[in-house]
Design a protein around this ligand. Structure first.
Ligand SMILES: [Zn+2]
Length: 117
């Protein structure tokens, strides 16, 4: 564990975030089924077709996309590094999210830190 004053590695910092993307116009139909959390390596992500809310980050050249970022609620999963409210709820896997607990439990592999994925 790095000292508290050290900046976290970029991948951990991004995993601490929830990303919400509002998409308007013709782009909305193309991004409806995008798994934003997997694509952007965040803990959670939502794509919402519709109007861009005030306060969302936008670029002048891309007015149909608005982005909002917030801290992810919960604890960090020691396997995938996502920060999720469900971490610690799986029996026998206090440091894992439900998805990782299921994977580790089905393989009987020892629990250890790994790259996100
Ligand atoms: Zn996990």
């Amino acid at each position: 564990m790095p000292p508290a004053s050290a900046a976290p590695p970029a991948i951990i910092a991004v995993r601490d975030l929830v990303l919400e993307v509002d998409v308007g116009g013709a782009l909305a139909q193309f991004v409806r089924d995008v798994d934003l959390a997997e694509l952007c390596i965040t803990s959670a992500g939502t794509v919402r077709p519709g109007a861009i809310p005030s306060g969302a980050f936008t670029l002048p050249d891309v007015p149909d996309i608005g982005v909002r970022v917030s801290p992810a609620p919960g604890e960090r999963c020691e396997r995938c590094w996502r920060v999720l409210p469900e971490v610690g709820q799986a029996p026998d896997h206090a440091d894992l999210c439900c998805r990782c607990a299921e994977i580790v439990g089905s393989s009987n592999a020892p629990v250890r830190a790994a790259s996100p994925g």
